[in-house]
Design a protein around this ligand. Structure first.
Ligand code: SF4
Length: 100
């Protein structure tokens, strides 16, 4: 994932607090991107507990190449991020999945 904003207002690198820091990164790059499937759900569950989810979302929405969206970031699939980027409602997200 391309990163653009790595520090918080306090100067701390938000990635240090990422819930996924100690998780196998492959979890966030499932082959099955069914938004309600088990692979995406597993990644979403990790993101749901992440204290820096908003930083992550801002980072990915700012730095991600729209033509090359891949993987789960901030609890969102590539299609969901494309919808968000386009200002469309992200309808496949269940309540509480993303609080950003
Ligand atoms: S929101 Fe998800 S992908 Fe982003 S830093 Fe947190 S755990 Fe990682």
């Amino acid at each position: 994932m391309t990163t653009t904003t790595t520090t918080t207002a306090t100067g701390r690198d938000w990635r240090n607090d990422a819930e996924c820091g100690d998780v196998d990164p492959e979890i966030f790059y499932p082959l099955d991107l069914d938004p309600f499937g088990p692979a995406v759900t597993a990644a979403r569950e990790i993101c749901a507990d992440c204290p820096v989810r908003l930083d992550c979302l801002l980072d990915v929405m700012t730095g991600e190449d729209p033509a090359r969206r891949w993987g789960i970031a901030a609890g969102l699939t590539p299609d969901e991020r494309a919808d968000l980027f386009a200002g469309r409602r992200v309808s496949s997200i269940r309540p509480g999945a993303v609080a950003a």
